[in-house]
Design a protein around this ligand. Structure first.
Ligand code: PLP
Length: 361
């Protein structure tokens, strides 16, 4: 039997290794010129915004919320259908995550549910561009403006996604990206914060480095959330390839859209540029049997996320939360391999495996 097609395939190739070796050999490995260049180059992806590199996507979210001056009791509206990092960041920054449902048929925050979740304590809303699909920013931004809320985009999964021509990370007061290995581009680990406000960017730079801009001239209390120059050099190599990789992800997704039957295909909103961090179908029958059949045929697959955040132990005390679309999605979704290094033969194998795995209702 042919080799198993893994669900994800992080690229650590000759270019990435050469970049890392170049920086390691220089002896200057901590945050320095590579980080500055990475920030500069990433800016082109987010309509020229200021970029501040940090050591993870979670740090990006946490630092942004700290820079916003989050206080105990402040509420931040987040989707429950996301990776726990989204809500963890709110708690780590001292705030309270308030969970709102996703849109029927889509996987991102429902603006009507956000509106219903706003209280006098709400200070921010954190839409997640889940799976690489932009959240409904065209409705969320005016809603947030009306209520005086900060918008922090969790763009961890959505490098180069856009809505009506505006890239994600260029809507809110800040956009937060992740460079974890399985993401559309990586830096081994890492994150980036994007913002249009130079003063906010300066605040973030202070917070990531012990409150210092000049060495030992500490201005505020800060953390160490710096990215290394080794990681930044790898990130720069990957950033240069992101355009081609995104095109290939979208072509792979188009192939699945044209050939898969028996499952519900990923929705794409009007004006959305989906970058397919995941290609996620919904299985309305027996999902376990479907997954087992795919695995038997050597097609890796995964459920992101089987348990909504509001049902995870650290957040389960948030009682009275009723999120039917979130629960439905968590019960139905399966992500298929869609990464850019898949071969044409592998794409065909995936299509055939899905056809064979579909259990007639
Ligand atoms: C939606 C979402 N938010 C935040 C994060 C956190 O990013 P990181 O793993 O780089 O801390 C991730 C990824 O892991 C994510 O998928």
């Amino acid at each position: 039997m042919a080799a198993t097609i893994p669900p994800a395939h992080p690229v650590i190739g000759a270019d990435e290794i050469a970049a890392a070796v170049r920086v390691l050999s220089s002896g200057l490995v901590v945050q320095g010129p590579e980080v500055a260049a990475f920030e500069d180059e990433f800016s082109a992806l987010v309509a020229g915004r200021h970029c501040v590199a940090v050591n993870s996507g979670t740090s990006a979210l946490q630092l942004t919320l700290l820079a916003l001056g989050l206080k105990p009791g402040d509420e931040v509206i987040v989707p429950s259908f996301s990776f726990a990092a989204t809500a963890n960041a709110v708690r780590l920054a001292g705030g309270t995550p308030v969970f709102a449902d996703i849109e029927p048929g889509s996987f991102c925050l429902d603006p009507d549910a956000v509106a219903a979740a706003i209280t006098p304590r709400t200070v921010a809303v954190m839409p997640v561009h889940l799976y690489g699909h932009p959240a409904a920013m065209d409705r969320l931004m005016p809603l947030a403006t009306r209520h005086g809320l900060a918008v922090v985009e969790d763009a961890a999964q959505a490098h180069a996604a856009a809505l009506h021509g505006t890239p994600v990370g260029a809507f809110g007061v800040a956009g937060c990206f992740s460079f974890y290995p399985t993401k559309n581009m990586h830096a081994l680990e890492g994150g980036m914060i994007t913002t249009a406000d130079p003063e906010f960017a300066r605040q973030l730079r202070l917070l990531r480095n012990q409150g210092m801009e000049q060495r030992y001239q500490n201005e505020i209390v800060g953390a160490n959330m710096r990215l290394t120059d080794v990681a930044a050099a790898i990130g720069r190599v990957q950033l240069a390839k992101l355009g081609g990789w995104t095109g290939q992800r979208r072509a792979n997704a188009a192939h699945f859209d044209a050939h898969l039957t028996g499952v519900r295909l990923p929705p794409v909103a009007d004006g959305a540029r989906h970058v397919y961090h995941q290609y996620t179908v919904r299985v309305e029958g027996n999902r376990e049997a479907f997954q087992a059949a795919l695995t038997d045929q050597g097609v890796g697959n995964a459920v992101y996320y089987p348990t909504p955040i509001h049902r995870l132990r650290p957040f389960a005390q948030d009682r009275g939360v009723h999120l039917p679309e979130t629960d439905r999605a968590a019960a139905e979704v399966v992500s298929l391999p869609v990464y850019p290094t898949l071969t044409a033969a592998e794409l065909d194998r995936i299509v055939e495996a899905v056809q064979a795995a579909v259990v007639p209702a």
